[in-house]
Design a protein around this ligand. Structure first.
Ligand code: AR6
Length: 180
């Protein structure tokens, strides 16, 4: 595990299943229906149980780049922030801005709810086909940019499922480290 202090928060890197994390909120890489799917979305719905789908039905979907929050139900996490990443289309359809918005809007919701810890999966880098190196750069820049503006958040966890993402985040987070 890598752990970096940044502003008043800690940035952590974990490899594994995001549904196991005991944090205030985990972020779901959902689709615009918010009614479940494969990948991390499927894993979250399975682990949270059927009450999650009932609450999601009340939300009437979510636009790409936006985020909506629900209860965590059977998860160790108290809340789930559902965001919809962009499908990769070669980078000419505003994908970097939309992906950055997923991180910013999730962090904004968490901050407004007074949460202090949040865990992100590598949004869009599975079924939606976003190049992992580009997604990592955008994710880290969006999160550090948000923390630069001040936030109640104390702990931000990047949860990588696969080895390639883990190695990319290890390099990106290590490069933020500035010995005092
Ligand atoms: N914990 C953490 N990360 C995971 C887990 C897990 N349990 N399972 C997969 N990942 P994806 P997307 C990683 O495909 O690309 C769904 O059907 C995975 O290795 O889950 O944003 C939705 O409903 C990858 O790095 O999400 C949408 O239709 C990352 O999570 C669509 O997929 C994201 O992969 C969204 O596609």
């Amino acid at each position: 595990m890598t752990f970096i202090s940044y502003q008043n928060a800690s940035l952590e890197l974990v490899q594994g299943d995001i549904t196991r994390l005991d944090v205030d909120a985990i972020v779901n890489a959902a689709n615009s229906s918010l009614l479940g799917g494969g990948g991390v979305d499927g894993a979250i719905h399975r682990a949270a149980g059927p009450d999650l789908l009932h609450e999601c039905r009340l939300l009437h979907g979510c636009k790409t780049g936006d985020a909506k929050m629900t209860n965590g139900y059977r998860l160790p996490a108290r809340h789930i922030i559902h965001t919809v990443g962009p499908v990769w289309n070669g980078g000419h359809k505003n994908e970097p801005e939309l992906l950055a918005n997923c991180y910013r809007h999730s962090l904004t919701l968490a901050t407004e709810a007074g949460l202090t810890s949040i865990a992100f999966p590598n949004i869009s880098t599975g079924i939606y086909g976003y190049p992992k190196d580009k997604a990592c750069q955008t994710a880290v820049a969006a999160v550090t940019g948000f923390l630069d503006q001040n936030s109640s958040l104390k702990r931000i966890v990047f949860v990588c499922f696969d080895d390639e993402n883990f190695a990319l985040y290890e390099t990106a987070l290590t490069s933020l480290y500035q010995p005092s």
